[in-house]
Design a protein around this ligand. Sequence first.
Ligand SMILES: Cc1ncc(C[n+]2csc(CCOP(=O)(O)OP(=O)(O)O)c2C)c(N)n1
Ligand SMILES: [Mg+2]
Length: 343
Amino acid sequence: MPATKIAAKPSLKQIGLSKETLLGLYTNLLKTRMLDERFRKLFRQGRFAGTYFSAVGQEATTVGPTYGLRDEDIIAPSHREIGAAVTKGIPLVHIVAQIYARINSPDKGKTHPCHYGWREKGFISPSSTLAGQTVTGTGCAMGFQIQKKDNVVIAFFGEGATARGGWHEAVNYAGIHKLPIIYVCQNNLWAESVPAHRQAGIKDFSDRAKAYGFPGITIDGNDVVLVHKTAAKAIERARNGEGPTLIECKTYRWYGHSEIDPADYRREEEIIEWKKGDPIARAENLLLDLGIHTSKKREAMVEQINQEIDEAVAACEKEKYAEPEEAYNDVYSENFPVRRDDY
Ligand SMILES: Cc1ncc(C[n+]2csc(CCOP(=O)(O)OP(=O)(O)O)c2C)c(N)n1
Ligand SMILES: [Mg+2]
């Protein structure tokens, strides 16, 4: 009888990350997933208005690059970056208040759900115009370069946004000036109902970087270890003044474009196939194999996270909406610290 091959269990050394980093990544993945699923439920219950853009299935693409950043580093997010908001350390109560558009939200209820932002943690409130945050983020990277600071910017966007003119202008500028920015493309194969092959004549969106003179790489976006390590290298490059990197993370959104989209333009088999590669389950299995996690620990984590979410939701549901005059506050800044002629 042929000997059965037993797959060797990985070691921490082979993975190349510390136990603390792996547990940190996993905790943020789990928290993001639980918060996201809770928001979907709360929306269906009619507890907040508008819609909700779930990022379930894509968590590793945002948690991986954001974990370990400095407070001074800047995130330029789009509409599916709940994982970056959680991982950068925006308090849950601010995240929930943003979704509920209440006065205790950092933007005091000015913007649409999923436009998280908090100045203290360098998290820019995104613009609804796709790729708008790529332009603002590139401007922030220019600011760091002018100020001779070794901070970095991470700009997130979907593959659909890379067709926008502003996106190309921003990355071209970053390539010319070797700006400290990492562009993370979450290629979830769809831009609303438009499949990726109807959005571009290329298979890998990282190829776009070639035109702008900096490296582009395509990776499995559901492998949080790979995403984190790839981003860490790009961050180091940026801090060393070597310029931008484009990282394309292949991933998949499990649900509709937003909660009001039944997503019936997708084949059931495609969804089933991608769910098999669930980034949270993959991270969890790795930790179990490494012997640094147990199902009992998971239960305790789930209980604690649920309690934190319950408290944040209860606090926000008690809050008021802003008065209409609030629309005029915090819109323009009198304070422009960077002088263009210093450049
Ligand atoms: C300039 C502009 N066009 C259209 C929209 C409407 N819109 C919002 S998200 C979206 C799809 C974006 O697809 P992608 O960039 O791949 O991100 P994903 O939603 O898949 O995460 C569209 C068309 C918009 N916000 N801005
Ligand atoms: Mg997309």
